[in-house]
Design a protein around this ligand. Structure first.
Ligand code: GFB
Length: 326
């Protein structure tokens, strides 16, 4: 059973803030299948941390709908290296866009948070009610605090001004357009790259950070984009909604899965000097499921597709080298 549609995107002027990032570009791909008018901002045309510039942009292009996917993001190492940027950039982006959207009379806005907003020791699978019930995981508290501020802004503007702003928090994402830089990436693209390179080099082993024991839930970014469009159409309320796949795997299990996909048969070595981060972070997505949306793609299919997508972005000499060694 799907909840009835409460908002019609047909003919609407829609802006995806952060349209050049992994999430934003997935949203643009998804919205291109809708009969709406997508407003496009050239890459780096406006610094969304700049309040005046952001406000002028929104007032001049007059979106009726905003998907707020712009953010500074990164994996466990990037969070540790750049706490100021993760906090400042994300607070500013959220505050500037949400305030300007309110001033410009935007009809609907969806703020994209992250499941790292939840307390480190929250009961699993984590329900939305767990927010602000305990201390955060230290390895990403700066980013988490900025994301909590963003969803609280959406709630506050809804409560005080009646603005129809909603939030959702996706679980760990992967897919086309991800960051493959090993110093700043998340685990899935990092392991795809490291395992691919280990195979090419015919290495006997490759290194996985931490103990391999932490559990993570992964969602393909195209599934997130579909869920976000679904929420825009079917949901209004203060409660920020979890968006997960329900597919949980240990980091060691993920490394084994990627080894199978890539065809690497060497040993996995665990570097225990690297942090594990949160032990487990499985979202309870039953609210979203009850509204009528559920992820259908298996993690293995998603990883295979992502590996193919990534190989396709490589220069052709590297790609053919990769194909030869398969
Ligand atoms: O994806 P990730 O960097 O971030 O790391 P989080 C997840 C787990 O994978 C950690 C392990 O236990 C890492 O130690 N891991 C193993 C690796 N090998 C690697 C590797 O080569 N690279 C990376 N990056 N990890 C992030 C937050 O947390 O999740 C963000 O820091 C955000 O703020 C994001 O919330 C969704 O899953 O721990």
């Amino acid at each position: 059973m799907t909840e009835p549609e409460i908002y019609d995107l047909n003919g609407k002027r829609v802006w995806v803030a952060g349209e050049h990032g992994m999430v934003g570009s997935a949203l643009v791909r998804r919205l291109q299948r809708e009969h709406c008018s997508l407003l496009r901002m050239p890459r780096r045309a406006i610094d969304l941390r700049d309040q005046a510039a952001t406000s002028i942009w929104i007032k001049s292009c007059k979106p009726q709908v905003i998907f707020l996917a712009a953010a500074r993001v990164g994996g466990i190492a990037a969070n540790a290296a750049m706490p100021a940027q993760f906090l400042y950039d994300n607070v500013m982006i959220a505050a500037n866009i949400i305030h300007a959207a309110h001033e410009a009379g935007v009809e609907r806005l969806l703020f994209l948070g992250s499941t790292c907003i939840y307390p480190r020791d929250a009961a699993q699978p984590i329900r939305e009610e767990a927010l602000l019930t305990g201390p955060l995981e230290k390895t990403n508290e700066w980013y988490a605090i900025a994301k909590i501020a963003g969803l609280k802004l959406a709630q506050a503007y809804r409560r005080q001004y009646g603005a129809d702003f909603i939030s959702c928090q996706p679980t760990n994402l992967y897919g086309p357009g991800d960051n493959y830089d090993l110093d700043s990436s998340h685990v899935l693209p990092a392991l795809l790259r490291k395992i691919h390179e280990a195979k090419q080099a015919q290495a006997g082993s490759m290194t996985v950070w931490g103990t391999g024991r932490p559990m993570r839930e992964f969602l393909h970014v195209d599934d997130l984009a579909d869920a976000a469009v679904f929420l825009m159409r079917h949901y209004a309320g203060e409660m920020p909604i979890n968006v997960g796949s329900g597919q949980e795997i240990s980091i060691a299990g993920l490394a084994r899965l990627i080894s199978t996909v890539v065809g690497f048969e060497g040993e996995l070595v665990f570097d225990r000097t690297r942090p594990d981060g949160t032990a487990r972070k499985l979202a309870n997505s039953s609210r979203l499921n009850a509204l009528g949306w559920k992820s259908a793609r298996s993690l293995e299919d998603g990883v295979r597709q992502t590996y193919t997508d990534w190989l396709a972005t490589m220069p052709s000499d590297e790609r053919s080298n990769a194909a030869r060694t398969e």
